[in-house]
Design a protein around this ligand. Structure first.
Ligand code: NDP
Length: 310
């Protein structure tokens, strides 16, 4: 069976940054790209808040650059998806979707998180053309336009408040008659004149010729006073939570209720010697590419120290 010093699972900013650092430390890392090659950023279009690109950069170009930079320092990149792990004792054992089995001395988990969508066919149809799950990434494109945010938690309220600073009008589409968000976030949303909360509303579809022009919504679905109508909007933002891609590590590493991997303080250490977590899989709060990149660097530095101590 193949054995490697260091394996990195995931190819978003965390995974590739870890690979750049580990490669420069002569650790010959292998990156497995995983379910979303290039990570979540590739689901958006232009990145304007990644430092170093004053004019912004296309998300795919940014990820291609990170990939090339990792390869330049000797990283081997493989397409496969890890489907099972045994982290009970070193060397750590990984199984892949193509049948490969590989062991490693150190592992960096950078498998990211996946934004939840409602599951409407129209979300796929208009993805990148008015449908987004990241207001910080895409909000800027909706200056002086009308947008809707779906969700009633802290993320939805934060995204709605952020978008209200850019857009001319923000609808917050909430399926229950109340918000789940913390009181301070609720107050912020309810007192913002640009935000209109549509309680007890569900979205059942989107429409538009060239991108989103509106949403088909239902008020009090299934009730006697049910009302269906079309809500004209230019952008449709999902904020109904993220699912960290941590299932295959769960028997071994600790996670919080939502599945985010627990790390020790602000380090990437998981509690298992030589196993580190970086990026969104361990970050319930920030979910930013640059933050993920920083945590990838930390994980590689920790892995290098760990391997040197063996
Ligand atoms: P939450 O799980 O807290 O909220 C998800 C929201 O989306 C809920 O209002 C939920 O509705 C709604 N929702 C879920 N599925 C659907 C669906 N299919 N259709 C319509 N609505 C749906 O997720 P968040 O991402 O908001 O927050 C996650 C955690 O992160 C929380 O603990 C939060 O406090 C924390 N957080 C903290 C922040 C901060 O401190 N600044 C910022 C952002 C997040 P329902 O209520 O009906 O279930």
């Amino acid at each position: 069976m193949e054995h490697r010093k260091l394996i990195i699972l995931g190819s978003g900013p965390a995974g590739y940054t870890a690979a750049i650092y580990a490669g420069r430390a002569n650790l010959s890392p292998v990156v497995y790209e995983g379910i979303q090659p290039g990570g979540q950023l590739t689901t958006t279009t232009e990145i304007e808040n990644f430092p170093g690109f004053p004019e912004g950069i296309d998300a795919n170009e940014l990820m291609d650059n990170l990939r090339s930079q990792a390869e330049r320092f000797g990283t081997e990149i493989r397409e496969n998806i890890c489907v099972r792990t045994d982290l009970s004792a070193a060397p750590y054992h990984l199984w892949f979707d193509n049948g490969d089995e590989v062991t490693c001395d150190a592992l960096i988990i950078a498998t990211g998180a996946t934004a939840k969508y409602l599951g409407l066919a129209d979300e796929d149809k208009y993805r990148g053309q008015g449908v987004s799950a990241c207001a910080t990434c895409d909000g800027f494109f909706y200056r002086k336009k009308v947008v809707a945010v779906v969700g009633g938690g802290d993320t939805a309220c934060e995204e709605a408040s952020y978008l209200a600073g850019l857009a001319s009008k923000v609808y917050l589409i909430v399926r229950k008659p109340y918000l789940r968000a913390t009181q301070i976030m609720q107050d912020r949303v309810l007192s913002n004149p640009k935000i209109e909360v549509l309680f007890e509303h569900n979205t059942v579809g989107l429409y538009g010729e060239n991108g989103v022009e509106g949403a088909h919504v239902v008020y009090r679905k299934g009730e006697a006073d049910e009302r269906r109508y079309d809500l004209p909007i230019d952008g449709f933002f999902l904020a109904i939570g993220h699912k960290p891609n941590s299932d295959i590590f769960r028997p071994w590493v600790q996670t919080d209720e939502a599945g985010f991997i627990k790390v020790e303080g602000d380090s990437p250490r998981t509690g298992i010697p030589g196993v580190f977590a970086a990026g969104d899989v361990a970050d319930p709060h920030y979910r930013q590419g640059v933050v993920a990149a920083g945590s990838g660097a930390k994980a590689a530095i920790e892995a290098e120290r760990y391997l040197a101590s063996l």
